[in-house]
Ligand binder design. Structure first.
Ligand SMILES: C[S@@+](CC[C@H](N)C(=O)[O-])C[C@H]1O[C@@H](n2cnc3c(N)ncnc32)[C@H](O)[C@@H]1O
Length: 514
């Protein structure tokens, strides 16, 4: 934890390897259009930069699913850069480059990587690095983001995290006194700190979102938790702090990447809607909104100069928006989890839409035509719900024509091969979305078996998966519970293999995975 080059960031244990769909160009384009800004152009090779790219898996996802994009990742941790290159080489991604460099080094040398970028993403960095490093990151954006380029910044917000700050400090001091590697030190620190709440230390109770994080302390992957809590600079950020700095770099807030951000009703209860609607100051309105929903994370989209499009241009971009189904079944009467809480939607309208997604993609114009009297704005609301609820993801137009299917397949095969060696990847790259979708161990092994020539036979594949589980001394989990009974495990695995085989012939074909 005290390496000279670390600048207070945790470097003695690598970060986990998430696949984050929000970073993909199709998702960023959709967010831009829903906020009346142009999509990312397809007239030239897009330069896409990930600042603080970690293991590089998300950057590799973007490279594999969008082979015409030039992808760059910067990170100062050589362990992360080595791993990122290993993934990129293993999947033969030749449009993806990782550079070992600190934020300060990138900010002071425009020859490191591309000098101009169309997209810069900074995911999960701001709330964990020093104010000096935060300024270096925004300086990189100022120098490199071309006019009209998009910057995506995801960070933890004070409204949903602030009371974890003293707890993180206690965890950090505990880990320093312990002296062992961060992940090992974290486990013991978490156990001790949890006792504070059990013994009714007066600091508790803390806010609801923080309480949830607090209760999960001992269940967290300890490598993840070490990065989350043990750095010297953990501090949730508030929207206006970042927006003000970005504004000074000529980058204007365009909206959030949350698919429901453009839907006013889901961000406030009716009794506060007029307060938010009458608050014209952007910084204040976002701050009030974060207080209303006790927001924990922000996924902000900035643009290097806001465009002033004509209404015709806006309508044209809107009508081009389309989504592809993710194979999630619609259950009548179920509620959607939205920022404001659980919301019931009209089954008569949404069920047919979700059913249609099993057959075809849906454009905003298709949704508009679904019911008479519907406006393009209503259709945009419906589209936001479909994406937010996990029924659909933004579609990459023309994904079938390039080499995305083969590059995504190579990366998926690599992820499956790593799972066979004890890895824990739970996502598959889906070229139709330009990103990854959620998956799980049995499903991934089923695909791996099919791809390596095992016949489409439930019994044979179930036995293969069970053998792998036994060989790796791994248990299957159902509804969060580990299944130790062998017969129960067989039933669960067989059910999942059947589902995976169905998906391999249905949703996965539409998504370009199979
Ligand atoms: C929480 S991780 C997020 C990684 C990745 N964006 C993701 O979402 O998986 C933060 C990353 O920032 C990198 N980082 C922290 N301080 C840095 C610095 N001063 N210069 C370059 N990279 C830094 C870390 O090595 C780490 O990979």
């Amino acid at each position: 934890m005290t390496a000279d080059w670390s600048d207070g960031y945790v470097v003695d244990v690598p970060y986990i390897e998430p696949l984050t769909p929000e970073l993909c160009p199709a998702r960023l384009s959709m967010a831009a259009v829903l906020h009346n800004q142009p999509p990312i152009p397809d007239s030239h090779t897009i330069q896409w930069i990930d600042v603080g790219s970690g293991s590089g898996l998300s950057a590799c996802m973007v490279a594999a699913a969008n082979p015409r994009i030039s992808v760059w990742g910067f990170d100062f941790n050589p362990t992360h850069v080595e791993r990122a290159r290993e993934i990129a080489n293993g999947a033969a991604l030749d449009n993806c480059t990782f550079v070992e460099a600190s934020f300060a080094a990138v900010a002071s040398d425009r020859d490191l990587g591309p000098s101009d970028a169309d997209v810069i993403v900074v995911h999960g960095v701001h709330s964990w690095v020093s104010p000096v490093n935060q300024r270096q990151i925004t300086e990189i954006i100022r120098q490199r983001l071309r006019p009209g380029g998009l910057a995506y910044v995801m960070y933890e917000t004070a409204t949903g995290w602030s009371s974890m700050v003293p707890i993180a400090e206690a965890l950090r001091l505990h880990a320093i006194a312990d002296g062992r590697r961060s992940d090992h030190a974290f486990e013991e620190a978490a156990r001790d700190v949890l006792r504070l709440a059990e013994a009714r230390a007066r600091y508790f109770p803390i806010g609801d979102p923080e309480s949830l994080q607090f209760q999960l302390l001992t269940e967290r992957n300890s490598s993840y938790a070490a990065h989350e809590y043990l750095g010297s600079h953990f501090r949730p950020v508030m929207f206006d702090e970042l927006a003000t700095i970005m504004d000074s770099k000529a980058c204007v807030y365009a909206g959030s990447v949350d698919a429901s951000d453009h839907i006013a009703g889901v961000w406030s209860p009716p009794e506060l809607t007029d307060l938010l609607a009458h608050t014209t100051d952007l910084l204040l309105r976002q701050m009030l909104q974060d207080l209303v929903v006790q927001r924990q994370l922000r996924q902000d989209l900035y643009r290097r100069g806001l465009a002033a499009p004509t209404p015709d241009a806006q309508r044209k971009w809107m009508r081009h928006l389309a989504v592809v189904g993710l194979g999630k079944e619609y259950v009548d009467g179920s509620a959607l989890t939205l920022p404001i809480g659980q919301v019931r939607v009209d089954d008569e309208f949404y069920r047919p839409l979700v059913d249609r997604l099993t057959e075809t993609t849906l454009s905003l114009a298709d949704i508009e035509a679904e019911r008479s009297g519907m406006t393009l704005g209503d259709a945009a609301t419906a589209l936001g719900f479909l994406v937010e609820a996990g029924f659909a993801a933004p579609l990459v137009n023309g994904w079938e024509t390039g080499s995305a299917v083969s590059s995504a397949r190579r990366l998926n095969e690599l992820l499956i091969a790593e799972n066979l060696r004890g890895g824990d990847h739970r996502a598959l790259v889906a070229p139709a979305t330009g990103a990854a979708i959620e998956s799980e161990y049995v499903e991934m092994l089923t695909l791996g078996a099919l791809w390596s020539g095992t016949p489409d036979d439930v019994g044979a594949i179930t036995s293969h998966v069970l053998e792998q589980l036994t060989r790796q001394e791994r248990l299957v989990r159902e509804n969060g519970v580990l299944i130790e009974n062998v017969e129960e495990a067989r039933i669960v695995v067989e059910r999942r293999v059947r589902r995976a085989l169905d998906r391999a012939q249905g949703a996965f074909v539409q998504l370009g995975i199979c």
